[in-house]
Design a protein around this ligand. Structure first.
Ligand code: BEZ
Ligand code: FE
Length: 279
């Protein structure tokens, strides 16, 4: 029997159009998406002006995207979708370092630096010594682990956001561990900053009574042969936005205490050990 489109059978009518040879995973994803999308529209009884607003929002989200700006990822981040996808795909045993959101400001190919070197090329901000170890689940040192690190500057901007104001590779670097698994580098104590909020995502946050701020953090990406890649940050204990990070990135295991450096070599000192999982 021919099934025409009806309000009650709307999702079924759309899904029935899928061909017999559709990739099975694509079939699962699209069938579920249609079910949930139609269910949501029925749940809120979406009006035509609301539908037009949604189309306009998505159109503007696409239009503001460029080589340097990815508003759809920002939308995913602020809706908690990025963190949920990561949570499902990076389940790790107790004791292993947890992932958090990648963010749009990583740049491939940062300079490889010697342990102890600084990543703060403009030397603006409160200096901080970062140190710790890269370990396996048994507590053994991992040799040859690469730490790719990046942070904002004292004004809350990454170098790529201010190419005319900051030196290239400011607050970025890569470090490779030796046999002791230890790392150390100098940078600045990071500051909290708002995500880019001059586009549709910023307007959405404002309409929802949400702020665009992220708590102060240092980004780390760790790679080592035979281990799962870890994409994470350490978050500064005491930051006012820890419990309201606009992209939901904070995890208890990623909190880091900044202490005054008694040696005086830097103003602050922050220790953190990373634990990698085979894979
Ligand atoms: C970041 O931490 O760099 C970031 C993460 C998500 C959205 C915007 C920025
Ligand atoms: Fe960041």
């Amino acid at each position: 029997m021919i099934e025409y489109f009806t309000e009650e059978g709307s999702a079924k009518a759309v899904n029935a159009r899928m061909g017999d040879t559709v990739n099975p995973r694509l079939r699962t994803i699209m069938a579920s998406l249609i079910e949930h999308l139609h269910g949501f529209i029925k749940d809120v009884e979406l009006t035509e002006p609301e539908w037009e607003t949604a189309i306009d929002f998505l159109t503007r989200t696409g239009q503001i995207c460029s080589e340097h700006r990815q508003e759809f990822i920002l939308l995913s981040d602020t809706l908690g979708v990025s963190m949920l996808v990561d949570a499902i795909n990076a389940r790790r045993p107790q004791g292993a370092t947890e992932n958090t959101v990648f963010g749009p400001f990583h740049v491939d190919g940062a300079p490889i630096r010697e342990m102890g070197e600084t990543i703060s090329l403009d030397e603006k901000g409160e200096s901080c010594l970062y140190e710790g170890r890269v370990l396996d689940l048994q507590g053994n040192a991992i040799e040859g682990a690469m730490l790719d690190v990046w942070s904002d500057n004292i004004d809350g901007y990454y170098d790529v956001q201010q190419p005319d104001l900051q030196p290239k590779w400011n607050n970025r670097g890569r470090f490779v561990t030796g046999a002791d698994g230890c790392y150390s580098f100098r940078g600045i104590k990071p500051v909290s900053y708002p995500i880019p909020d001059d586009g549709p995502v910023g307007q959405m946050l404002a309409l929802l009574g949400r702020h665009p701020w992220r708590p102060a953090h240092m980004h780390f990406m760790l790679t080592a042969l035979g281990y799962q890649r870890v994409v994470t940050h350490t978050f500064a204990v005491g930051d006012e936005y820890l419990t309201s990070d606009t992209v939901f990135g904070v995890k208890a295991s990623l909190l880091q205490t900044f202490e005054h450096n008694k040696s005086g070599a830097t103003q602050w000192k922050a220790e953190f050990d990373f634990v990698l999982v085979p894979g």
